[in-house]
Ligand binder design. Structure first.
Ligand code: UDP
Ligand code: MG
Length: 321
């Protein structure tokens, strides 16, 4: 096919875990949007994150039928479920286009928004345009509450800022993709990584959309773990707080000791306080154990990180090295 202006390539990275009912609908809907973006050439990188349903078959079917000469559908399938973070990383590593977009397969990231995002990245010359939900409509109240609190604490205590409502729907320039691909950490928290690599990010806003089929893979427990991971990965301030607490307690007890000595010298011995002593011992015992636990969290992560295990294990793929 002859082209006067070279077309820019956009790699659409789609992490999929048990999305057999969604991938085809996602692909068709995004294809439709492609029609209005004629200056671009879309490649799809579906990452099957160890699905136990027919997701991979559906993806292979899509790849086989994508016969028009400009679209390429690639896929990577993992040997088991490694998590969305690993899936996004696999896609990022395989991306070679001018731009890469990460999108969920469940149509919660409206493909219509792609036009706006592409226009924005072209017009402003920034390195990334990310989508932000302006409402959390349809989401359980308690989940929204914890999510908001997490962002507040994260932004207060870590060295990076994460926008509340930011989702992993983002278009990035090649240089940003390269920067992210070069971060080999096994415990990944992409929202933090996007902020950490820097570059200028513009935002587009959208109303929360409910998932097309199936249920969210995130339980409250999984979300809590994710929040803790994110926090520990990007903040060492809890360790500093622990240190400060220890210093203040030590200073306080030194002062208390001096007061007690003076009191004994001036007023003689008074009756010993058995209950208050017990309370103090139990209190500080508890504080010490929980602080050890916190330090343990960091050490545990260091331990896992030093093993240097790969982020995912590939089972099959149609991408040649
Ligand atoms: N996902 C994945 N691996 C997982 C969990 C989820 O690749 O272990 C994918 C999932 O298929 C979807 C996206 O990540 O495309 C977002 O997942 P989900 O809709 O469950 O999360 P939510 O939208 O509720 O945050
Ligand atoms: Mg979803």
């Amino acid at each position: 096919m002859m082209q006067t202006i070279p077309m820019k390539r956009i790699d659409v990275i789609v992490p999929c875990f048990n999305e057999e009912d969604n991938v085809k609908a996602f692909y068709d809907k995004t294809k439709e949007i492609e029609g209005s973006l004629t200056d671009y050439n879309f490649n799809y990188i579906f990452v099957d994150d160890g699905s136990t349903d027919k997701t991979l078959d559906v993806i292979k079917e899509i790849a086989k039928n994508a016969v028009d000469d400009i679209t390429v559908v690639k896929y990577i399938s993992f040997s088991r479920n490694f998590g969305k973070e690993a899936a996004m990383y696999a896609g990022i590593k395989s991306s070679t286009g001018e731009y890469a977009v990460i999108m969920d397969a469940d149509l919660q990231h409206p493909p219509e928004l792609l036009c706006e995002m592409i226009n924005k990245i072209e017009e402003t010359g920034c390195d990334s345009v990310s989508a932000r939900r302006v409402s959390r409509k349809g989401e359980p109240k308690i989940r929204s509450f914890f999510a908001r609190s997490f962002y507040r604490i994260m932004n207060r205590f870590s060295r990076i800022d994460i926008a509340d409502g930011a989702v992993d729907f983002r278009i990035m320039s090649r240089q940003m993709v390269k920067a992210i691909a070069s971060m080999p950490e096994t415990q990944r928290f992409s929202k933090g990584i996007f902020a950490w690599v820097g570059f200028h990010t513009e935002w587009v806003e959208f109303e929360n959309v409910e998932r097309a089929h199936g249920e969210s893979k995130w339980s409250m427990w999984a979300l809590a773990k994710y929040a803790l991971d994110g926090f520990i990965d990007f903040a060492d301030s809890p360790l500093k707080i622990v240190g400060l607490f220890g210093t203040f307690t030590a200073a306080g007890s030194a002062i208390y000791f001096i007061i007690e000595v003076l009191k004994t010298i001036i007023m003689g011995k008074d009756t010993p306080g058995y209950a208050s002593l017990l309370c103090l011992i139990l209190f500080f015992g508890g504080v010490i154990i929980s602080m050890l636990g916190l330090i343990g969290e960091y050490i545990g992560r260091m331990y896992l990180e030093t093993k240097g295990r790969p982020i995912y294990v590939e089972k099959e793929s149609n991408i040649e090295d």
